[in-house]
Design a protein around this ligand. Structure first.
Ligand code: SF4
Ligand code: SF4
Ligand code: F3S
Length: 266
């Protein structure tokens, strides 16, 4: 209890804010406990009370005070095109803010598929030349937490691990925490027995769909998607896309927007 809380700066590039929307719904641990008791969230234009110049002044003060010791959390992509002016924060390109904040960070968390892979902003034709964080910042450890958005408890779980053990979680070759991205959706999907038995829904409203058969023939990307949805599920473990009747679209995989994930049959 006497240990100083780890400072976290949370910056926002080109994003839809649903990574933050997911985060604030974490139930285990509660997001409020993470923000108010576990970390010191010294900058986050979405959640902090200050705005405008006061917010930017708080950012500069935190960078100076905690230089080399804070975690930088990034939601969204930097834009390389148009001199970075497609995404402006505090009157300057987000690209500059990202480089500036990364310089003093001890580690970076890339929240969601935007920061991890580029996601919808980087989908063809990528008019802003959006890129993932690791294409801009190459000299810091980066933890990718992909998903569009990531599961709330995966986000808070990564933070909890880092605070508890004072080290980065073990990462796979793509930089994702193995504890959450070590298995495919398909490996633990509750419809897997139907896949193994050759029982497939052929139409969204056919008898097979009503019986809960496997959605592979309707384009489910569970066999090639690494995420924790089929084990942890969403909304405090209530459900996940496949359980609600829709195949996985591979939202945690690199380039899923351009890989025919939406309603394409395999
Ligand atoms: Fe939104 Fe998806 Fe990007 Fe998160 S990864 S900010 S949910 S578009
Ligand atoms: Fe695999 Fe998708 Fe079928 Fe589940 S619904 S068993 S993830 S193909
Ligand atoms: Fe995304 Fe597939 Fe999970 S679409 S939310 S990785 S089931």
């Amino acid at each position: 209890e006497n240990k100083p809380r780890t400072p976290v700066l949370w910056v926002h590039g080109q994003e839809c804010t649903c990574c933050s929307e997911s985060f604030i719904r974490s139930a285990h641990p509660l997001a409020k406990d993470v923000v108010l008791s576990m970390i010191s969230l010294d900058y986050d234009p979405l959640l902090m009370a200050a705005a405008g110049d006061d917010a930017e002044a708080a950012l500069e003060a935190a960078i100076e005070k905690y230089h080399g010791n804070y975690i930088l959390a990034v939601e969204g992509t930097p834009a390389l095109g148009h001199d970075g002016m497609a995404c402006v924060v505090g009157g300057r390109p987000f690209l500059d803010q990202l480089k500036h904040t990364a310089e003093g960070a001890k580690a970076i968390i890339s929240w969601g598929s935007c920061a991890s892979w580029g996601c919808v902003q980087a989908a063809r034709p990528n008019p802003t030349q959006a890129v993932p964080v690791h294409k801009v910042i190459r000299d810091k450890p980066i933890i990718k937490v992909p998903g569009c958005p990531p599961i709330a408890e995966v986000m808070t779980g990564v933070i909890t691990y880092m605070l508890t053990f004072d080290r980065l979680p073990a990462l796979d070759r793509q930089g994702r925490p193995k504890m959450f991205y070590g298995q495919r959706i398909h490996d633990k999907c509750y419809r897997r027995p139907h896949f193994d038995a050759g029982q497939f829904a052929e139409q969204w409203d056919d008898e097979g769909a009503r019986r809960g058969y496997c959605l592979y023939k309707l384009g489910c990307k569970g066999p090639t998607t690494y995420n924790a949805c089929s084990t942890m599920r969403w909304n405090s473990g209530v459900s996940f896309p496949i359980q609600s009747g829709h195949g996985c679209i591979g939202c945690s995989e690199d380039g899923f927007w351009d890989k025919g994930s939406f309603y394409d049959r395999v």
